[in-house]
Design a protein around this ligand. Structure first.
Ligand code: HEM
Length: 140
């Protein structure tokens, strides 16, 4: 499949999702805090659903993904600083990027409903895979 087809589908779906339009509400945000890794990586956060810490952090992550979607042809440079942060400073186990991608899939599907068709799913899956590759490439 051409690179632009999944990119266009993901960008269109992102525009219609509530993820970047309602960053302040817990209902519209993915909940990576449900993953077992939450205590390991976020011991300093208030991890109650919808807490200020989670909402602020969610806004940062969504903003980074928004930027990545706008720079699909240059993801490597776009995510370089975050790649350094997650590998060298935070030492995030790369398996968690896949778990977070699943959280986003569930959130997008619940928001987009029938619009979250196989092509849109494929586009997001490819996008999250590329983001995960960029964020974990420093481990090699
Ligand atoms: C799509 C994948 C991800 C993206 C785009 C992303 C993005 C970000 C961003 C933008 C920040 C804030 C950086 C700053 O303040 O300068 C951040 C911080 C952080 N990320 Fe990620 N992240 C991702 C996945 C993960 C995963 C899977 C984990 C661990 C399970 C993780 C753990 C953390 C931690 C612990 C922080 C620092 C939080 C703090 O103390 O404020 N990230 N991430």
């Amino acid at each position: 499949m051409p690179h632009s087809a999944p990119g266009s589908a993901a960008n269109a779906a992102w525009g219609r999702s509530k993820l970047h339009r309602r960053p302040k509400g817990p209902a519209g945000s993915p909940r990576p805090q449900a993953a077992p890794a939450r205590q390991e990586y976020f011991p300093h956060f208030d991890l109650c659903p919808g807490s200020k810490d989670i909402r602020h952090h969610g806004q940062k992550v969504v903003k980074a993904l928004d930027s990545a979607l706008k720079h699909l042809d240059n993801l490597h440079d776009t995510l370089a600083d975050l790649s350094d942060l997650h590998a060298y400073n935070l030492r995030v186990d790369p398996v968690n990027f896949k778990l977070l991608a699943k959280c986003f899939h569930v959130t997008l599907a619940s928001q987009l409903r029938a619009e979250y068709n196989p092509l849109v799913y494929l586009a997001w899956d490819k996008f999250f895979h590329q983001v995960a590759c960029c964020l974990s490439e420093k481990y090699r």
